[in-house]
Structure formats: structure tokens, C-alpha cells
Design a protein around this ligand. Sequence first.
Ligand SMILES: O=C(O)CCC(=O)C(=O)O
Length: 362
Amino acid sequence: MASKPFTPEEARRIVQCLQTPAVFLNMTTDWPALHWTVEHLSTCLTERLRFRIGKRTEDMAPLFETECSYIEATIKEFLSWTANEDESLVGPFSGYHCKELWAYADYKYITQLFQDKPAMFQDVVWSDFGFPGRDGRDSTLWIGTQGANTPCHLDSYGCNLVFQIQGRKRWHLFPPDDTHCLYPTRIPYEESSVFSQVSVVQPDLKTFPAFRRARVHTVTLQPGQVLFVPRHWWHYVESVDPVTVSVNSWIEMDMDDGARVGEALTKTIVCALKSAPSLDNNDHWLNPTEVFTPNLLKFFAAEYLSNIQRQTSNQLYIGCFSHKRHCGEHSRHRLFGSASYFRIGILKYVIYECAKLVYMKT
Ligand SMILES: O=C(O)CCC(=O)C(=O)O
């Protein structure tokens, strides 16, 4: 077998230094996960997954998760639906017309999917990119049909490696410097995702004129390729083949600490606003993955207090916030170097995050 174009050390250096998106070729030729086609996955994953359903037609407004339908189905049922020509299907997909709709089992934590088959974690070999021990346990799985898409957003934490396994996906990426052209919003709220109000494939330029100046980088990712998405790059992603499978891993970075404070405060504020009765306090605020109860607010307040008390000589830790929708363990991250920097930093974030929310609510 031909050798890979980069050693793990070289690949890691690229991932840590590169400021623009890039596609790695020939890095996954020996990864067992190359065989994770939807047909193969249907034999090893027999439990039902949640599929998000949307219309294939393109709209001038992004289709957020809050506006989608959801069904629970097995991958076998999903496969029969995609192959079904006469629409005579029984089961969870019956009544959903595959010519008009797309389905997406998106953002599935592999650690949960394969908890009874832990050997499969090693099928994803991020150590080839210089991240020893990183494998399927630190990755998420995405299975979709043609047209399945994720609205344009940026991730608050880390950079991203995306391994395309089956079918092709088209990525539209925008640099962080173009944020003002993308009209950011935190509604629908999802921890660590900032959504764009613009439908990037059919933009409403009357409402969002600055989008004209956004500098798009597009790439169609092919099976076997790995896309590197640098920190804070906006992305809209759409499946272009009848069935697509991909796996990604967000790689946390030291510089995420500031973003974690911002996210913690945003969550607290959203939680407070959600706890207050008001007419426009409706479910369209929250992505379906976010759950809030009044008790959660108390929990976050208590977390802050204990974080502040936990302050040691010149370090401060914040619990609870790692990657969005994170499952399982609460990680603890070093925050700022000194208490005074912390106070200035936190004040800045409180004002910024409050101002953003108040602006959007009014
Ligand atoms: O593949 C997709 O639909 C979206 C992936 C994504 O947003 C990400 O990896 O950050």
C-alpha cells in the first residue's frame, strides 16, 4: 500500500497552524471505518435512531431543527425508504414521501451508538492526524439522504476533522472575518452553535444585503477524504448523493477557554429567559437537543458559585461546558490565568452575551 502523504506529526502541525479549510487525500486508505456504508451499518446498528425530516425544496429562510419533523427508525427501515419507489412502505417512514423529503440521522455520538461493540471505536483512526488515542469514542456519525442539510452555523469550540465515508457532501464555508455578512443569531439556541439567519443556497439579499460580500469557499467532499474545518469557520453542509455517511471529530483547543465562558453565560441567560413566563417564550427558541427546566437555572448558578470558590492561587476552573450537546462526563477546563483577568473577562462576556440576547428579543 502506498504510504500516506503526511506523517501524524506533519498532519497535526497542519491542523494546528492552517487558517483555511483543506481536504486531506489518501490519509484513510487503511481505516476500517471506510467500510461503514449504510448497508454495513444496518447490520451492526439495529436499534432505532432519531431521523430529522425536511422538505427538499430550497427556501429563502434556513430550515432550523425546530421546524423539522422527527421519526425514530432503524437504519434498515431508512434503507428501505430510500429504495422505495412506489411509496407503499409500512413502518415509521410510511406517509413520508422520499421524493419530496430528506431524512438525516445527524450528530449521533458513536460512543453511545456502539457501546456494546467497543471494538468498532478503533475503526476511526484520528491518531493518523497526530492525535494519539483519538478514535470513534471522540466522534459523531451522520447518515443522510440527498438534500439532507445542516443550516449554516459556526462552532464555538475547537477545529473539526470530517471523514466522508459514503456518498458526497457539499460544504459551503465562510471565514470568521465574514461573520457580519452572515447575520448571526442565537435563536434557535444550541450550546456552542451560532446560527446564520441567511439561507446560503438561496439568500434573501433584500433582508441580508451584506451576504453579497461573504467570501464562500465550496468543496464537495468525496468518500475517503478528510476535510479540515478551521476554528470559527461558518459552514452549511448538504448531501448531494442518494445516501451519505460521514464521521467527524471536534478537536478542542487551548484558546477555547474564553468561548467556554461565553457559552456558559449564554446558557445561563437563555435558561433565565426560558424560566420567565412570557408570550413569546415558545419552543422555537430551543433546538430540540437542548432541555431546560427551572431547576437547571439553579444548577448553573450553583456551578458558578462553586467555580469561583474553587479558585486556587492563580487558576480558575469551570465545570460543565465542553462541546455542544456533550454527552456523559463533565469536563473541567482551565480558564484564565488570574482572578483580575477573570473579572474583566467575565464582565466583558456578560455584557456582550446579554446585549446580544436582549437585541434579539426586542
Ligand atoms: O455534515 C453535516 O451535515 C454538518 C457537520 C457539521 O456541522 C460539523 O461537522 O460541524
